[in-house]
Design a protein around this ligand. Structure first.
Ligand SMILES: *Cc1c(COP(=O)(O)O)cnc(C)c1O
Length: 351
């Protein structure tokens, strides 16, 4: 252990009050959180302590100018109950990529990992044993200077908390391709897991809901024709016997689930291509019947099957019951997470 983390345990665990068989997503917190402060160019005051409010000055720069980034990852357990992490190094790298874009300090990878490992080991009892359930981990960092004026903050706080979550089985989703609002443009901040991106997505998402659609399919900001992502997930299409996903163009969030799926498909000899994909070709494949599967991909759901896409007046429907590749991916990733599928890539790391 390179870092000194001060540990203060709660005197009153809340775990008895949680029904692990009925866990909604994002509602229940474990007992402890990790906190660190960035002051004078160093990460300091490393501490795990009971989860509590964090009093904040009204002039806190994060509120006003939005320097706030986060990660989302999961811990699971093997059949003996040992806690496991999925590709934690990738999350350490990605939070630092987000930090660089938002002009925030990086977190040394070994500090990020030690904080995750320490907290997850301490909160081991909070990892639900049920298949598909997990301990969702939310690391985040925000500016803490109390200064009005647009400039990078000098001080920051890095916090990690964890939440037990049930299987995020998403019912098949209906997507509305959006050509009024865009999520991100090349040169913007779409590649960063920055809080403001999600605020910007709320209005178009609410408009889609009003029309009876679950999520927005984001198109590129210039031509409004190249598919980027759906909601807060990456997207995959199976057309004929080829799997397609948009190439990372600088506006798309580089999902770790996306990267894992590409690797798993290659392992299995399934043709996977990363390239520009137009909404027109997807709708046409849908009409011709060559569009076999569409699914979103992200840490929370792993895979979210899509049953309908609307673009303009055109609607395409597909039957998720017939999906094979997305089902195989879902089962493989969940199997890796609980050690029932062999990990040939070193993705699973004991916490
Ligand atoms: C987090 C996120 C994803 C998925 O990334 P994972 O690493 O697979 O969880 C995709 N798109 C957006 C916009 C995201 O915020």
């Amino acid at each position: 252990m390179k870092y000194q983390i001060k540990i203060t345990k709660t005197s009153q665990s809340n775990i008895e009050n949680i029904d692990f068989d009925h866990l909604p997503f994002g509602k229940f917190y474990s007992d402890h959180m990790f906190v660190a402060d960035y002051i004078d160019g160093h990460w300091t005051n490393l501490e795990i302590k009971p989860i509590a409010l964090i009093p904040t000055h009204p002039g806190n720069m994060a509120w006003h100018y939005g320097q706030s980034i986060f990660e989302g990852m999961k811990a699971s357990r093997d059949e003996e109950g040992h806690p496991l992490l999925f590709r934690p190094d990738m999350h350490a790298k990605r939070i630092n990529a987000s930090a660089r874009r938002m002009c925030m300090p990086e977190i040394p990878e070994d500090l990020f990992l030690e904080a995750i490992h320490s907290l997850v080991r301490m909160e081991k009892a909070w990892i639900p044993p049920q298949s598909g359930s997990a301990l969702y981990i939310r690391p985040f960092m925000y500016a803490t200077d109390e200064t009005i004026g647009v400039k990078p903050s000098d001080t920051y706080r890095f916090i990690i908390f964890v939440m037990p979550v049930g299987p995020y089985y998403s019912k098949p989703v209906k997507l509305l391709a959006q050509d009024t609002y865009v999520r991100a443009v090349v040169g913007g901040v779409g590649e960063a897991k920055a809080a403001g991106n999600y605020a910007a997505s709320l209005l178009p998402a609410a408009m889609a809901k009003n029309e009876g659609y679950d999520q927005v399919m984001w198109l590129d900001g210039v031509h409004k024709k190249f598919i980027q992502e759906v909601g807060t997930m990456n997207i995959f299409f199976v057309i004929g016997d080829e799997v397609l996903t948009p190439n990372l163009d600088g506006a798309i969030l580089a999902g770790i689930t996306r990267d894992s799926i590409i690797t798993l498909l290659k392992d299995r000899g399934i043709k996977i291509t990363e390239r520009l994909i137009t909404i027109g070709e997807v709708m046409e494949a849908g009409e011709k019947g060559t569009l076999k599967e569409v699914f979103g991909a992200g840490t929370a759901a792993v895979v979210a099957p899509v049953c309908e896409i609307k673009h303009g007046h055109q609607i395409v429907k597909i039957d998720p019951d017939s999906f094979k590749i997305s089902k195989m991916i879902y089962e493989t990733i969940n199997g890796l997470r609980n050690s029932t599928v062999e990990d040939t890539h070193g993705w699973i790391v004991p916490a």
